[in-house]
Design a protein around this ligand. Structure first.
Ligand code: HEC
Length: 229
């Protein structure tokens, strides 16, 4: 989450402002770039949910909600599409969505994920960092995230990544995803206690990837799984 090293192909090195070293993938030290930290600022992650129609805040925010917090929101109501307020096109995504969803009927849902997309607004569709958008608006990456039952402010994408890395909810979600992948099936309520145990082992063993894999592989629940047919 907070590693300042990037494994980048030669093509991706230049957009990062780095001098390509060698023809293929290489490991780059990104400590001198305050805007690159961990998986959240890797172009591969940023491109995945970048929407050409500029609702990128929504789609990147939903990705964080689902993949890092293991939370979900209901599908948007069918009527929402016809209620989208017309807003000036030359505003930032953040300002456009604040206007779109000012209606309490929209806000209840969108407040759960739009703010999770705020830290990524300075990254364009190709994952390049820019201080201003094409209209000259200054792009912000600060905001506030509701994590572990409290509102936690952040000033930058890097601070946001650090908050996620420290969060017990995110740590539990990480082992949950790993266990689900290992089990090869959707998880159900009775799996909750297995995930709790795995999360405890993961945190007490220093929160490394290998600690998570070891905990999953050695867990009685994993060893008792029926082979996937
Ligand atoms: C029940 C939760 C919920 C409510 C209520 C809701 N939305 Fe959404 N909205 C979503 C979700 C989830 C998405 C992402 C849909 C997707 O996966 O494409 C979304 C996407 C959007 C988008 C982006 C569409 C795109 O991809 O370009 C807009 C604009 C939007 N909502 C506006 C509104 C407005 C305006 C209202 C109120 C009238 C509203 N929403 C109410 C959940 C909600």
């Amino acid at each position: 989450m907070t590693l300042a090293t990037g494994n980048l192909s030669r093509d991706r090195a230049s957009p990062h402002g780095l001098t390509p070293s060698g023809p293929g993938f290489a490991s780059y030290d990104l400590t001198s770039d305050p805007n690159r930290i961990g998986i959240l600022t890797q172009p591969g992650f940023l491109i995945l949910r970048a929407a050409p129609e500029r609702a990128t805040i929504v789609h990147r925010g939903l990705m964080v909600l689902r993949d890092f917090l293991c939370a979900e929101v209901p599908a948007p109501p069918a009527a929402a599409a016809s209620k989208i307020t017309m807003v000036p096109a030359n505003l930032t995504d953040r300002d456009r969505f604040a206007m779109h969803t000012a209606d309490p009927a929209c806000k209840g849902c969108h407040d759960a994920f739009d703010p999770l997309g705020y830290p990524f607004e300075p990254f364009d569709l190709a994952g390049r960092f820019r201080a201003r958008d094409e209209f000259g608006n200054v792009l912000r990456s600060d905001g506030q995230v509701n994590l572990d039952s409290s509102a936690q402010p952040f000033k930058s994408t890097a601070e946001f990544a650090a908050l996620l890395a420290r969060s017990p909810t995110v740590q539990r979600c990480f082992v949950q995803k790993l266990y689900q992948y290992a089990a090869g099936r959707a998880l159900e309520a009775p799996d909750g206690s297995t995930i709790d145990d795995l999360a405890k082992q993961f945190t007490s063993a220093g929160r490394t990837y290998s600690a998570a894999l070891t905990a999953v592989a050695a867990s009685p629940a994993f060893r008792a799984l029926a082979p996937v047919k």
